[in-house]
Design a protein around this ligand. Structure first.
Ligand SMILES: O=C(O)CCC(=O)C(=O)O
Ligand SMILES: [Fe+2]
Length: 334
């Protein structure tokens, strides 16, 4: 989640990486256990039938393109998600993204901590951003890196190990920006708007933030969230999912669903900014993560946003109206 701290006091983030907790204990520390009001996190949920969209069809004028645009509009105005295939990114490059992510998190702890984020900052290696003393923490370690605008890059927290890490990050950003261009143009066309209606909102100073995630195995996955329920504050969010380990869940019509892994697909969801720009026609879905008992999950999220501050939900309550039965401290507003 791209955190924008609303708290005025900075509470230091947990001293230990979740990775360390996962190897050193059999029990989950209290801070990570969900409040009773949330209940148990079911793994036996139904799968959400997320449309698989062929992006190579979208920018032609064929009858298939028309059909695909209709499916795109339907998907983003109902569940807010698509699984994008034929997105133009080589699968060997996606493998490289997975490879650098795993290699980074497998570095010795002392080396990873060289890239630790400052307590009042989001860029760098760390874990949950703590907004309040009694917040339930996410079972997750992450590396957040601002890539655009370039003057926001904090090079001291950009890993140099593995050697190709930085290059892969810059290339991933370029490639997903191209996917974003195709998609946001198609989204505008699907609503009968000029195709650059949304794209031009991103402008010269578009914001690109990447989050590399490790979700270590969790002793009590039914009592812990690896990502709190939240909507993304981005324009659009692109997730390169783990190839095997599931965990992402989406709220639709007050029911939680599992997001299936579709091989070679990039998981795309609408963020709050696009929901606002479309007056709510496209939906920024509420989603959360469930941990796995035995397996580590690795994935990479890229948030593409406009710097326009008016395109943000203004208060927690505005966003929380979308939640049902979720206490404020266990929901995450960004
Ligand atoms: O890593 C995931 O599966 C989801 C993470 C997420 O939703 C986020 O970072 O906003
Ligand atoms: Fe998210």
């Amino acid at each position: 989640m791209a955190a924008v701290a609303s708290a005025t006091t900075v509470i230091p983030y947990p001293a230990k990486a979740v990775q360390e907790l996962a190897t050193n204990t059999n029990a989950t520390p209290e801070k990570y256990i969900l409040k009773e009001s949330i209940g148990r996190i079911d793994s036996e949920l139904p799968y959400l039938d997320i449309p698989v969209l062929d992006l190579s069809l979208l920018d032609s004028s064929s009858p298939e393109a028309e059909e695909e645009l209709k499916r795109l509009r339907l998907a983003f105005s109902s569940c807010g998600y698509i699984q994008a295939i034929n997105h133009g990114i080589d699968l060997s490059f996606i493998d490289e993204v997975h490879d650098v992510t795993r290699k980074f998190f497998k570095l010795p702890m002392e080396e990873k901590k060289k890239y630790a984020r400052d307590a009042d900052d989001i860029d760098g290696y760390g874990n949950d951003t703590v907004f309040s003393e009694n917040q339930t923490l996410d079972w997750n370690d992450r590396l957040y890196l601002n890539v655009k605008p370039e003057n926001k890059r904090k090079m001291k927290v950009w890993p140099e190990n593995p050697k190709n890490f930085r290059q892969v990050l810059v290339d991933l950003t370029d490639k997903l920006e191209k996917v974003n261009e195709i998609l946001t143009k198609a989204m505008a066309k699907s609503l009968g708007l000029e195709e650059d209606s949304f794209l031009k909102q991103y402008g010269e100073n578009k914001v690109s933030l990447t989050r590399f995630n490790l979700y270590p195995p969790c002793p009590t996955p039914e009592l812990v969230l690896s990502a709190k329920a939240h909507g993304d504050p981005s324009g659009m969010t692109y997730l390169i999912p783990d190839k095997e380990v599931e965990g992402l869940q989406v709220l639709k019509d007050d029911q939680w669903y599992k997001v299936p892994i579709v091989q070679n697909a990039i998981n795309v969801n609408v963020g709050d900014q696009l929901e606002i720009m479309t007056n709510g026609i496209f939906k920024s879905p509420i989603h959360r993560g469930r941990g796995s008992l035995m397996l580590s999950k690795y994935d990479v999220c890229l948030f593409l946003s406009t710097p326009k501050s008016n395109l943000r939900f203004k208060s927690e309550m505005q966003k929380l109206k979308f939640f049902s039965g979720i206490e404020q401290q266990d929901a995450y507003l960004l």
